[in-house]
Design a protein around this ligand. Structure first.
Ligand SMILES: Cc1ncc(COP(=O)(O)O)c(C=O)c1O
Length: 399
């Protein structure tokens, strides 16, 4: 099945405003069905989770359905799905809890390619525990992070490797299964930041081999909160700070305070929406995988067109050329600051902001400092017309 782009776009009320959105890597637009699920949950009788009243049971059902939906999205065990305020929050919380098991002599590996949310929490936790941080660099020209880049930092003392599934700045997709294999050989755990990968690719925790995998539903049509997935047995071995009366079971042990039921209903609806994009299989996991493969084809086609178009424009410099990548382009226009370009595009109803997008280490590493450059990221709702408009708008600056 191919992606019916007209049908897909009609699901997003925001697209009626006529803006071409290339800022999906910062958060996608939201389908009507997701907003409706959130509103329905808030309008229905809802209480704290429990087993006595209908409204207590409803809250419990919402949480269970959201865990099941994430399990179908990521190919993981629903009993190991933790909900958090954001990926950043989930990572900080887990890093503090894991660091209780570290001490001087232990090592933690982070990469220059990662978003700061998969760097700074580990640096802080390592510092507190007395562990050493080791930094894996990446090829500045291609923006590829190789297995060798990571392996060079591994040792028998490595306790954890934090690596991105895909760079939100440059789109690079490291070979995560190979990195996981190398890390596991020295007995280290691997924490994969899947925030930018999840919206663009079928994901299977088993295939990646990741011990922990974090993502954010607002990057794939859902509401603003975070997700951490891991094998329940692994989560059992970690003991975060928690209140005395709150459940010590897994995954609840990791969820501080009352869960945002309405947002979780929105996230389940977002997974259902993904599953409905291009598949009519009977089980949702298969529908998700088939739909995401179709999304990849759609985005690859448009991304080739975007890259070709940008490459033809004199004065436009593309940063990075990774072989495996998400449809995310980072570029500068000679003679114009990133903010100039962002503003110029905004004036033509084309949204493509300029920044380091919190991948500040990566931006500095490739010589773009803290300012970064202009990022154009595709989403499943992007169409040919959007790409034509972006290219024409950038061309207007290069004449
Ligand atoms: C690759 C990547 N990792 C982590 C984050 C942080 O996610 P959150 O906003 O859920 O904390 C982002 C957000 O932009 C991201 O793009």
């Amino acid at each position: 099945m191919s992606l019916d782009i007209t049908r897909t776009r009609s699901a997003f009320p925001a697209l009626d405003e006529g803006v071409a959105y290339f800022d999906g890597p910062g958060g996608t637009q939201v389908p009507r069905a997701v907003a409706q699920a959130i509103a329905d949950t808030m309008c229905a009788g809802i209480s704290n989770r429990g087993s006595v009243t209908v409204s207590e049971q409803r809250a419990g059902r919402v949480v269970d359905e959201a865990r099941a939906a994430i399990a179908d999205l990521l190919g993981c065990d629903a009993r190991g799905v933790v909900f958090a305020r954001s990926m950043t929050q989930a990572t900080y919380d887990l890093s503090r809890a894991l660091a209780r098991q570290w001490g001087p002599g232990d090592e933690v590996v982070v990469t220059r390619l990662d978003h700061d949310a998969n760097i700074r929490p580990w640096v802080a936790a390592a510092t507190l525990s007395g562990a050493t941080v080791r930094w894996a660099g990446f090829d500045r020209k291609s923006a590829e992070l190789s297995v060798e880049d990571v392996r060079a930092e591994l040792s028998a003392r490595t306790r954890l490797v934090a690596v991105t599934g895909a760079s939100n700045l440059l789109g690079s997709r490291p070979d995560v299964p190979a990195i996981v294999e190398a890390a596991h050989e020295v007995g280290a755990l691997v924490y994969v930041d899947g925030v930018h990968l999840t919206p663009h690719s079928p994901v299977s925790l088993d295939e990646l081999g990741a011990d922990f995998y974090a993502c954010s539903p607002y990057k794939f049509f859902g509401p603003h909160h975070g997700v951490l997935a891991a094998a329940p047995e692994l989560l059992e071995s970690v003991h975060p700070d928690k209140l005395l009366p709150s459940a010590d079971t897994v995954p609840e042990r990791f969820e501080l305070g009352t869960l945002p039921y309405e947002l979780l209903a929105g996230t389940a609806a977002a997974v259902d929406f993904i599953a409905s994009l291009a598949s009519s299989a009977t089980d949702r996991r298969t529908r998700v995988l088939e739909s995401m493969r179709t999304v990849e084809e759609h985005e690859d086609y448009l991304f080739d067109k975007l890259l070709d178009g940008l490459a033809r424009l004199a004065g436009v410099r593309l940063h990075g050329s990774p072989k495996r990548r998400t449809p995310t382009a980072l570029f500068s226009v000679d003679g114009h600051s990133g903010l100039d370009v962002h503003r110029h595009l905004a004036g033509l109803d084309v949204n493509a902001p300029a920044s380091s997008f919190y991948a500040i280490e990566a931006s500095r590493w490739i010589g773009l400092g803290d300012a970064g450059a202009v990022r154009a990221g595709l989403a499943p709702y992007t169409n040919d017309d959007d790409v034509d408009r972006l290219l024409a708008a950038v061309a207007g600056l290069t004449r």
